[in-house]
Write a protein that binds this ligand. Structure first.
Ligand code: PMP
Length: 304
């Protein structure tokens, strides 16, 4: 393969049949988004948001990009913004992975940290305040921008159908942070086949199932407010997964399958395995592994 830019490697990630020994012969397929060049599913979003902003003339050569992010969107945005020499400021709550913040800086972005206790809402407020101060700034605002689910509707979802080459999908399982991935993919899949069940995954401490909001170690998923993108998508079930179950899958998949998955992938797999038990024989579950555990190593994931 010959390429001229690293961004050409965004998308067209592999879909793995995990070949798990499930008693009712169901299969779980996972889209390996850690193989994007910036290491996560959010490279797709970073590229889409920058291209969309340029197409709508809200991004010009002098624009300063400002975005609140848990990290992966920041890396994706920094990668895309770098191609256009755009100054990028990422507002990240302190608690998020050290490695991800290092990667953002390596790509040339500036980081502004907000207190962990203020959550993602605190980062959103800070990004808005910075935008009011800094001239020629543009906040893509992944949490409200319809370009977010659109990214996944246009790229990841059709790839899943192609990858499966006619195999039926029984259920689609994905975690939600901004909700962009889940909403965009679920909407596309349901237009293709309305019988596909949409299962959204959250960690304990996220509010979708009505539980109390609190901190969690599973990173990248979990919401403090219901994503606006959920309004036009059918949600068949919301599964709440403990940090313990998510990290158990992270370790198990590394040890047994040679695959380094992040904790949100671990949660997606834990949910898929629980769901599989409730589905008919020979069901097909499709899920997403958004990133790898390499960017969380300082969290000592694999230490006993
Ligand atoms: N997993 C990880 C590791 C992430 O960084 C994100 C994005 N915050 C997600 C899952 C959830 O994706 P989305 O924002 O599209 O809901």
């Amino acid at each position: 393969m010959f390429i001229k830019s690293i961004t050409e490697l965004i998308g067209q990630t592999p879909l793995i049949d995990l070949q798990l020994d499930i008693p009712n012969h169901s299969r779980i397929f996972a889209k390996l988004e850690m193989f994007n060049p910036g290491g996560s599913i959010k490279d797709r979003l970073g590229q889409f948001l920058i291209n969309d902003g340029i197409a709508r003339h809200v991004i010009t050569a002098e624009t300063v990009i400002i975005e609140p992010t848990a990290g992966n969107t920041g890396i994706g945005l920094a990668l895309a913004a770098q191609q256009h020499h755009l100054r990028t400021i990422l507002v990240v709550p302190e608690k998020f992975s050290y490695e991800k913040q290092q990667l953002m800086q390596a790509l040339g972005a500036e980081i502004v940290n907000t207190p962990s206790s203020a959550g993602i809402k605190g980062a959103i407020a800070k990004a808005k305040a910075l935008a009011a101060e800094i001239e020629h700034s543009y906040v893509p605002m992944q949490f409200a921008n319809p370009a977010n689910p659109e990214t996944y509707y246009q790229t990841l979802a059709p790839e899943l159908i192609q990858d499966l080459n006619g195999e039926k999908i029984t259920a689609f399982v994905a975690g939600a942070g901004s909700g962009g991935t889940f909403s965009g993919v679920a909407k596309y899949l349901n237009a293709y086949d309305a019988t596909i069940q949409n299962i959204v995954v959250e960690p304990e401490g996220s509010i979708l199932n009505g539980g109390p909001a609190h901190g969690h170690r599973t990173e990248g998923i979990g919401v403090e407010f219901v994503p606006p993108f959920f309004e036009d998508v059918r949600i068949d079930r919301t599964m709440t997964i403990s940090d313990e179950d998510a990290f158990h899958q992270v370790r198990d998949v590394a040890a047994r399958l040679g695959l380094f998955i992040g904790s949100s992938s671990g949660a997606a797999l834990a949910a898929s395995l629980k769901l599989a038990k409730t589905l008919p024989e020979n069901s097909h579950i499709v899920t997403i592994f958004p990133d790898s555990s390499e960017r969380y190593m300082s969290d000592k994931i694999y230490e006993k």
